[in-house]
Design a protein. Structure first.
Length: 283
């Protein structure tokens, strides 16, 4: 009888110990963050994932192609955050969809460039030439600002940053602006005098920023790329940790060495990112 009592006590102690270990393991295991990305920055995010693992943060990278909007995937709850867009693009999406996706940290600036296989200098662009631009409102608007910086056009007063034929105030060379899907801007170069190509698309097409005949020379806040999530998730400690890792010196050095100036690491506060529109006043 005494042996049975001792055996029963040992079984109880073992069960309690197993439950205790289970709770400890559960507490020590962080949730895996699902981050939606696109191909142009996959090398960076593979490196970020490695750095995060060293910090005890688990990341799953979800590759999304050009036919899928990572903001829609985020709102559907299939990912925890995404990293593919600048703040002007996000603002446009929120306005059109009555959504509340917010930036939680800055990543890079990817300077926009004008590329041509026919001309070597911006001054060589002739009258009545066709210029291809990305057709989404924010990057179309960004392209108009770039053409203004290049001295080819002038945008309207009180420019809001978004594209459209009605946003051009002066066009002395009578350029024809041709909006096309952003992913096709490298392929249409043969049909136009020049094409304005997003940096990520340019990288995928094998272009370096130095191959452009003109590119952005400033770091306007509306075009800073971001990590974004839903409003209800913006205070996530895991996401804050992810931002710190992305903005670390190790990741910054990796980006600089890997992309040879095509991507520029940047750190801007969340408040600045959320209040970017004043930046247009200086353009």
């Amino acid at each position: 009888m005494k042996k049975i009592a001792i055996l029963f006590l040992l079984v109880i102690l073992a069960a309690v110990g197993a439950v205790g270990c289970g709770k400890a393991d559960e507490a020590s295991t962080s949730k895996t963050l699902k981050i939606g990305i696109r191909g142009s920055e996959s090398r960076t995010w593979d490196f970020v994932k490695e750095q995060a693992q060293k910090e005890g943060l688990s990341i799953e990278l979800v590759q999304l192609n050009a036919n899928v909007n990572p903001n829609t995937v985020l709102l559907e709850g299939d990912i925890d955050a995404n990293a593919f867009q600048h703040v002007a693009f996000l603002d446009q999406f929120n306005q059109k969809n009555n959504s509340e996706i917010v930036p939680v940290g800055s990543t890079i600036i990817a300077p926009l460039g004008i590329y041509s296989d026919k001309y070597k200098k911006i001054e060589e662009i002739p009258d009545n030439a066709k210029i291809a631009v990305p057709n989404d409102d924010s990057n179309w608007g960004r392209s108009l600002v770039l053409l203004q910086e290049a001295g080819l056009i002038k945008v309207v007063d009180n420019f809001d940053g978004f594209g459209g034929a009605d946003k051009i105030k002066e066009n002395p060379k009578h350029l024809e602006i041709v909006p096309v899907d952003g992913a096709t801007t490298p392929r249409v170069m043969k049909d136009v005098a020049a094409s304005i190509i997003n940096n990520g698309v340019a990288v995928e097409a094998g272009f370096l920023l130095k191959d452009s005949i003109f590119h952005e020379s400033n770091t306007a806040k509306p075009y800073i790329n971001i990590i974004a999530t839903t409003k209800q998730n913006e205070n996530s400690e895991d996401l804050k940790k992810l931002v710190q890792i992305y903005q670390s010196k190790a990741v910054s050095d990796f980006i600089t060495e890997t992309y040879k100036g095509n991507y520029i690491p940047t750190q801007v506060t969340v408040d600045e990112l959320k209040n970017f529109k004043s930046a247009y006043a200086s353009k």
